[in-house]
Design a protein around this ligand. Structure first.
Ligand code: CDP
Length: 795
């Protein structure tokens, strides 16, 4: 017997088909809405039609009289149990059900629990609420204006709409860099509010059992253990009596990280009624009230030397958080990891100031397929890089090459204090430029221009921090960020693995088993992976910010190594040699001096239950908690070519090339799927997604007729490259995160391409989405086009 063939057993590098798809493509997934419990009632939420208004009165008497109604909850009732307000993940408070005022359109005002959802919905409409309208604030400029109404007048001492002022970097050093610059390049823009829009909306089924005092909640959460802790603290229930089960999830993208009022109300209703209560959000409810992303304004400047070297960067951002500051992000960083901007460039000095404001919009700031504002950081960075190259009259690719961090400079300290781990940035850029036919395209572009056609090429290069913690620097509400894996190898060598992460479509059931196969030689098909049940999975911080592979994935490797260490002792016992004389090859231990004498990992597993040496604890199982020494830093180059129609402003993608270096790929097919999905979301943001607010604070984009998701019809094709592999030096298997890279780096490539096509107009910026009328306005009127709310009447 010899070492196993790693690809054949579905180990590292195998494009193993996704095991979870067996049930998904047969319609056998088990989502929250599929779960039916005996005696279950249904909950619906009454939402505010106004963005800002004082509540004069709420009369629920008509609703109570409707047959089939069991309970009507209002903020006043919640307040008697100290549950009208709840803490957010960013040390703010958020109304569960409104008591004094409503602060955004769609805010939760009351709930009805009834025999079925239709009765509950009808009863919601029978609740009479009298509102006294107040002026609505829909952007930071209005929020900061003199005399603006204070949205959060519920908070003692809050006398303005400012949430925080935060800064990072070296103000004096940056000032000096700008004093020495030959040229300063400035860009102002808005990254519009967008919505992660998972196909499955949010929902929960709370099931409180009075006899056992146990509360079981099935819910659509990306972070079940954090929810368990939150329920224990907010509802003051004993944590061991709370079980959160996150079944199959139909997409999360950050939308399913926060704690929503619907979860809290269904839990309270179940406790009061002593029966299961199900709440399933509808699409409009999801689109107008749950975790928005982005909505942030940049005023950015680069200090440039005339030879193309960037000397310094200065950024001021104003972020619009809506009515409650409920971002889920490391508590040290008020504006998330926005300061990861420019991490792939060697820039000596930088300074960022950030200001957060309340507005009359739903809480925002969730990390939509993004590590806490990294998407905004990379978009600002790459738009500023393009503007700076144009201002210097330099070639876009050359300007990047001059400033990218060189391979021999790692680990590299960025201007804002991060330590990037590894990369081959220039090589990735070369691969991308070659694939897109850069020189040839520039020639064709010039020829086309002579005939009145507008071709453009956009580049986006970026590295981003994936895998929070380490626990020294990263915590959410004081809970340190790390992750975990628990592996039980049964006596026949089959195994069950549980982690603190929670897949929402990323394929953890497939890829985690591949890591076990790589470490232990147990075929991936012999390992079942379970996540999302707090009674069985080890504690973890959940899945968002592409942290699963860097943290939980590392824990899987580490727990497998613990199992291998014990199996080695068992092998020595079976082979009757000392442990030092035992060697390992995939799937098998053998005697160093007699390689033909060996035992398989499965034989070791059997011995762990039937023939262990004297004094050894029986069994073959273990748990690992992994606290990463650093974040992983994947690198990517995205290059897009487009043609813009000068008559209509419509633009078409001609080609898109993606070069992703995410270190070792566990499953190349799944990685490609992640990149294609991310590029499609990037395209949507650049091209069509438009959720905004009118002057009264009405949310425009509360359905899929207005908020567009790209279908196969309009989505362009992508050419993916995987030839550059720089393993992470500190991750146990050299893998870096990848899930969000394309959504993070992609938007700038599309926008840069359109701006390149219309460069002759002298226009510096069109805010996303680059709708045809905006592009046409820029071409014909030759001025920048802003997309900041309130929405214009012609949009
Ligand atoms: O945290 P999340 O699962 O969203 O993101 P991720 O850690 O980047 O992983 C997304 C998917 O890609 C998972 O199934 C990973 O196992 C897989 N992956 C991979 O096969 N190789 C990598 N180097 C990174 C991720």
């Amino acid at each position: 017997m010899t070492a196993l063939d790693e690809i054949k057993i579905g180990g590292l590098g195998a494009s193993r088909k996704r095991v979870e798809d067996n049930r998904f493509i047969r319609g056998k997934g088990n989502y929250t809405d599929d779960i039916v419990l005996p005696g279950m009632l249904h909950m619906e939420i009454l939402r505010s039609p106004l963005a800002h208004a004082r509540i004069v009165s709420i009369d629920t008497s008509r609703a109570w009289r409707i047959p089939g109604v069991h309970l009507v909850l209002t903020g006043e009732m919640m307040a008697t149990r100290n549950l009208a307000w709840m803490p957010t993940l960013s040390y703010d408070t958020q109304a569960v059900l409104a008591t004094d005022k409503v602060r955004f359109q769609g805010q939760e005002v009351a709930c009805v629990i009834a025999d079925d959802p239709y009765i509950a919905k009808d009863a919601c409409e029978a609740i009479d609420v009298e509102y006294e309208p107040l002026p609505a604030i829909v952007n930071p400029e209005q929020a900061l204006a003199d005399g603006a109404p204070v949205i959060r007048d519920d908070k003692e001492g809050q006398d303005s709409n400012v949430i925080f002022n935060w800064e990072v970097g070296d103000a004096a050093g940056t000032e000096r860099a700008f004093a020495q610059a030959d040229k300063t390049s400035r860009l102002r823009l808005h990254y519009p509010r967008s919505h992660p829009s998972p196909i499955e909306c949010c929902g929960s089924i709370a099931d409180f059992n009075r006899a056992t005092s146990k509360l079981t909640v099935y819910m659509t959460t990306q972070a079940p253990h954090i929810i368990r802790a939150a329920v224990a603290l907010v509802a003051e229930l004993p944590e061991h009596m709370i079980r959160i089960i996150s079944p199959d999830i139909g997409g999360g993208f950050g939308n399913k990280v926060p704690v929503y009022p619907g979860y809290v109300c269904s839990i309270l209703a179940s406790i009061l009624l002593e029966c299961p209560v199900k709440w399933i959000e509808d699409k409009s409810g999801n689109l107008i009230s749950t975790g928005f992303a982005r909505d942030i304004y940049l005023d950015g400047e680069l200090a440039l030397r005339s030879d193309g070297k960037i000397l310094g960067v200065r950024m001021h951002v104003d972020s619009d958080h809506g009515a409650f500051f409920s971002d889920a992000q490391p508590s040290k960083f008020k504006i998330g990891l926005l300061h990861s901007a420019f991490a792939c460039y060697n820039i000596p000095a930088g300074h960022i100031t950030a200001r957060g404001t309340y507005t009359n919009k739903a809480p925002g700031g969730v990390a939509y397929r993004c590590s806490f504002r990294v998407t905004e950081a990379m978009f600002f960075q790459e738009r500023m890089i393009q503007a700076a190259a144009s201002d210097l009259g330099m070639d876009q690719a050359e300007f990047r090459r001059i400033n990218l961090v060189r391979d021999d400079q790692f680990p590299f300290r960025t201007p804002f204090g991060f330590l990037t781990d590894s990369g081959q940035y220039a090589k990735c850029l070369d691969v991308g430029l070659k694939a897109v036919g850069y020189e040839d395209f520039r020639r064709r572009q010039a020829e086309a221009k002579a005939r009145g056609r507008l071709l453009g090429l956009g580049i986006s290069t970026m590295t981003e921090p994936l895998g929070a913690g380490n626990s020294r620097e990263y915590d959410i509400l004081g809970i340190k960020m790390f992750d975990s894996a628990d592996l039980k190898v049964h006596m026949t060598g089959k195994a069950i693995l549980r982690t603190g992460a929670k897949t929402q479509g990323q394929g953890h059931e497939t890829t985690w088993a591949q890591i076990v196969a790589h470490e232990l030689g147990i075929p991936a098909e012999d390992v079942v992976v379970e996540e999302g049940d707090t009674d069985t999975a080890p504690f973890g911080m959940g899945t968002y910010a592409s942290r699963s592979t860097p943290v939980a994935g590392a824990a899987v490797a580490m727990v497998s190594r613990k199992i291998r260490a014990k199996a080695r002792k068992l092998a020595a016992h079976l082979l009757e040699v000392s442990e030092e004389d035992v060697e390992w090859e995939l799937g098998r231990f053998y005697v160093r001096s007699a390689p033909g004498r060996g035992v398989t990992i499965q034989e070791c597993a059997m011995a762990a239950y039937s023939n262990m040496p004297d004094g050894m604890e029986p069994g073959l199982e273990n748990t690992a908690y992994y606290d990463p020494p650093n974040l992983t830093w994947p690198f990517a180059v995205y290059i897009v070519t487009v043609e813009v129609d000068p008559e209509t402003g419509v633009w078409d993608v001609l080609n898109m090339v993606a070069v992703d270096d995410c270190g070792v790929r566990i499953n190349p097919m799944i990685v490609e799927g992640q990149i294609m999905g991310g590029l499609t979301e990037a395209y949507a943001m650049a091209n069509m997604q438009f959720i905004t607010f009118d002057a009264e604070g009405n949310c425009v984009g509360s359905n899929y007729m207005d908020y567009l998701l790209p279908t196969a019809w309009e989505t362009p094709g992508y050419e993916l490259h995987s030839e550059v592999v720089t393993p992470s030096p500190h991750h146990p298997i050299g893998a870096k995160g990848v899930g969000e890279c394309a959504a993070v780096g992609g938007p700038a490539a599309f926008v840069n391409a359109v701006m390149d096509a219309i460069a002759d107009t002298g226009v510096r910026n069109i805010d996303m989405p680059l709708l045809p009328d905006r592009v046409w306005e820029a071409i014909t009127k030759r001025h920048d086009v802003s997309g900041a709310p309130p929405v214009r009447s012609d949009d």
